[in-house]
Design a binder for this molecule. Sequence first.
Ligand code: ADP
Length: 410
Amino acid sequence: MLRVPNPSTTPPPSGGRSPLVAMVGGGQLARMTHQAAIALGQRLRVLAADADEPAAQVTPDVVLGSHTDLADLRRAAAGATVLTFDHEHVPGELLEELVAEGVNVAPPPAALLYAQDKLAMRRRLAELGAPVPRFAPIETPADLDEFAALTGGPMVVKAARGGYDGRGVSIVDDVAAARAVVADYLAAGVPVLAEERVVMRRELSALVARSPFGQGAAWPVVETVQEDGICVTVIAPAPELCAEAASSAQQLALHLAEELGVVGVLAVELFETADGQVLVNELAMRPHNSGHWTMDGAATSQFEQHLRAVLDYPLGATTPLAPVTVMANVLGAPQTPAMSMDERLHHLFARYPDVRVHLYGKGERPGRKIGHLNLLGEDATDPAKLRERAESAAHWLSHGEWSDGWDPHE
Ligand code: ADP
């Protein structure tokens, strides 16, 4: 879905010079954005803490430094067409400072706030009339008791800032457990909120992009499968999601991008409740795990789209290239296999010639996201087989063992 206000007035991107995009963070998202930048003849500079980080390994333009140090951020932004992010952890005050100095920050700090602070996000979304789980800021133990009395059920306690991949999120069964979690946060001076625990059928994600010019683009809504707070599998499009629900989730995401002034990719993480409602869980303003399938499964990948959006180019088509795409994350196994990753890759390609692999150049540690893979399929009504293949392939790359005992020599 593409929305174009008036293409004839689209300004030229950068006066003929090849743009330099600076990205804060040297992780896998920056690494994959770099791949897209190469194809567009652009340069991507990354601000990385270490030369060994996934993106720092592959781009020649690395600024080593910290995303919480203004001088380092300035060095990263110097001469860049735009400064953007592969994570949301840069303090807003520092970004405001850069904006005041004339740096083009995308998404702007006023929008990014809603991806940095879960409490600010919940409040703003509620104001905008977006469906969200019931929530309350918790400043004292009494606030928690009051919220528990109101919702009367199991809760989720969240640190307002700093969490990711389920860190900073505690799913608790009763008020006593919630009290203990809250006491720890309050003692550490961490702002915290409580939410009702949503009884959900599954998690979805609506991924969109918005350019400063006001163009919007939405990919099909996907299903995200989480384990221990980490996204492990994505099915695109979400199976059995009716056309109206899919379209209204896309519209909601485009509307939020517009209202919040997002520039770049916006992921709207959603809960589909057991009774069929769709609630917003959280927002990410950067390429997102739920969009990795677009690298092989859509006309324009989220990484290219993010570049186009932050540079105010016309956005690319979001059309899927196959009826269904399954993405599976490759997570570090509890025990790193003796077989090298390179050898595992050999075996994988022997079994699955159609698999598309993306490895991040990271060391293997238990549970760490070290890569992902995509498989494209023809039957959107029955993605189970494709999902099984994708998960088996990812399990092999992680563990060096076939979950179904497959033996190439038999
Ligand atoms: P993070 O910022 O770490 O991604 P999230 O707020 O997305 O944290 O929460 C992580 C996971 O915890 C979600 O994907 C979901 O599975 C679960 N979760 C979060 N909030 C709720 C809720 N209100 N009800 C039920 N489960 C929740």
